[in-house]
Design a binder for this molecule. Structure first.
Ligand SMILES: N[C@@H](CCC[C@H](N)C(=O)O)C(=O)O
Length: 277
């Protein structure tokens, strides 16, 4: 057994944002302890806790906290909008303030109270092929793939397809194929979007490293950006995902995403479970 786990009392929280579910581990005051193996073990929905993403809270010098994200296959993600909103909620409640700063791989993000909900500024979208990243220079507004998706980076890669009727899309089949297309050297998240009005989108998602989820915050931001870039929507949209509704607002300082968060339970890992990792 890893010594850092043997000597650690390891509590966690289970949270979700619109059914996009997370295990949150607070590692402030100690070294980071999540490894790919530990993430996979905790992410196992039969033998662990189960999650779409694991978020590890860490100390930060230039922000209130730092966050590292893990997918259930043990891979790292540079961004996770819904987990940022969930941990943002914890930090807003803990501090009693109206705004907190959170350092992620893509920079320092700001989370704010929005009535009962939480808003996060997910930063400016990345539109250059090498920022997303893609394997070679192409027109990121119309990728050279069947269905010509839009490529958008939100600190993680997204390929957004516009479809006439979302009910006709095989999200798992197409999502799995596009995730691993050689055009995406780090794989990609895949969104399918139906435009309902200039201020309303229906979106379903296949997440890199996880599969179909009920919501994807960074995917919702990428979809709002892609729809506006294609001239299909205004800068503010409501978006229905499988788990409910988000509001996206692409402002001068970045893409703001607003929605609900929920704490489900607090737990503590059994030492015998950690011993097997
Ligand atoms: N659910 C997330 C996105 C999680 C990361 C993604 N699977 C990746 O690998 O980039 C969100 O709410 O943004």
């Amino acid at each position: 057994m890893r010594q850092d786990l043997a000597s650690t009392d390891l509590p966690f929280l289970k949270m979700h944002g619109l059914g996009n579910d997370f295990v949150i581990i607070d590692s402030r005051g100690r070294d980071a302890l999540v490894s790919p193996e530990l993430a996979r073990a905790i992410g196992d929905r039969h033998r662990g806790v189960g999650f779409d993403q694991l978020a590890e809270i860490r100390d930060a010098e230039e922000a209130d906290i730092a966050l590292d994200f893990w997918n259930s296959d043990g891979s790292r993600a540079g961004a996770c909008g819904n987990a940022t909103r969930c941990v943002g909620r914890l930090m807003l409640d803990e501090s009693g303030r109206d705004s907190v700063s959170i350092r992620t791989e893509r920079g320092v993000l700001s989370a704010r109270r929005a009535g009962e909900e939480v808003s996060v500024n997910m930063g400016h979208p990345q539109r250059m092929w090498d920022e997303i990243p893609l394997s070679h220079p192409v027109d990121t507004d119309f990728l050279p793939l069947e269905g010509e998706p839009v490529a958008v980076g939100m600190g993680n890669p997204h390929a957004v397809f516009f479809v006439p009727d979302i009910r006709d899309v095989d999200v798992a089949g197409r999502g799995r194929r596009v995730e691993c297309d050689p055009l995406f050297p780090e794989r990609t998240n895949v969104e399918f979007a139906e435009i309902r009005a200039r201020d309303e989108i229906r979106m379903r998602v296949w997440e890199r490293g996880t599969g179909i989820t009920l919501a994807c915050g960074s995917g919702a931001c990428a979809t709002a950006v892609a729809a506006h870039v294609r001239g299909l929507t205004d800068r503010t949209v409501r978006m229905e995902v499988d788990g409910g509704w988000l509001t996206l607002d692409w402002r001068e300082d970045g893409v703001w995403m607003t929605g609900p968060t929920q704490t489900v339970f607090a737990g503590r890992f059994d030492l015998s479970f950690l011993e097997r990792v």
